[in-house]
Design a protein around this ligand. Structure first.
Ligand code: SF4
Length: 242
């Protein structure tokens, strides 16, 4: 595993609007994407769980979920060129997950990297908070989009605006801290027929009784997949970069 050195390049360590929306001409720039960390491990979540996967964690997030387990990625990070990023990804690792922070903040340039990876035969997963517009995500990318629930403190975003950009194979993830969250997830599912349109994941915040969550899922009879974070079972709840 390799950690990107955590050096701040711009004054306030945030991504400026100009940098986040730089056009395609920036493809050769030394400041192509701002990364927080990279590592290879087993995918711990969703329909690709258990498969070897290379993680590119992009720096900076513009929201603050109360239960966020990657606050180190909210600020800081280090700029890397397109060539440097491509060189980090092992040839024999077919699955690449792009996560954050909020990766969609850097979508203009991220799209170029996605095209590079696609040309190299990689399967690309994009994990996003769901609060930023997904219209520029290429068709060949597998999207895992959150719908934030009340306990996150970030449930007020118009997540439904992104439904037109999701495919039937894409995943919507609900992170559930308590019964109020679960009922809010069911409300989202029933109002928008989400269980008939997309793949659904229900993921517990650490500390929530799994038996309770399982009982709630079974009670609804809706098609949603209860998932646990496999990497935390293998390497422990506090392990980083796994
Ligand atoms: S969107 Fe992701 S990175 Fe940002 S605060 Fe929420 S959980 Fe953390």
């Amino acid at each position: 595993m390799k950690k990107i050195e955590n050096r701040s390049i711009i004054g306030d360590s945030q991504l400026t609007e100009r940098e986040a929306t730089a056009d395609r001409d920036s493809g050769s720039s030394e400041r192509f994407l701002k990364l927080s960390e990279v590592y290879g491990t087993l995918q711990g979540e969703g329909s690709h769980s258990g498969l070897p996967c290379f993680f590119l964690r992009l720096a900076v997030c513009d929201i603050r979920c109360s239960w966020c387990d990657t606050p180190d990625s909210w600020t800081g990070g280090a700029w890397k060129s397109r060539a440097e990023i491509l060189a980090m990804i092992p040839d024999n690792m077919q699955l690449v997950q792009i996560t954050g922070g909020e990766p969609v903040l850097q979508m203009k340039r991220l799209r170029l990297l996605m095209e590079d990876l696609h040309e190299r035969g990689k399967k690309i997963l994009l994990e996003t908070g769901g609060h930023r517009n997904l219209s520029e995500v290429p068709e060949f990318v597998h999207i895992i989009m959150d719908i934030k629930l009340p306990s996150s403190g970030e449930d007020g975003h118009p997540f439904e605006d992104n439904f037109p950009y999701l495919k039937a194979t894409d995943e919507i993830k609900f992170v559930v801290q308590d019964e109020r969250d679960f009922r809010a997830a069911v409300d989202w599912i029933e109002r928008h027929n989400l269980d008939r349109r997309f793949q659904l994941l229900v993921s517990p915040v650490p500390g929530l009784d799994l038996k309770k969550l399982a009982a709630w899922v079974l009670e609804t009879k809706l098609t949603m997949r209860l998932q646990v974070q496999l990497h935390k079972y293998i390497w422990g709840p506090d392990a980083k970069m796994v």
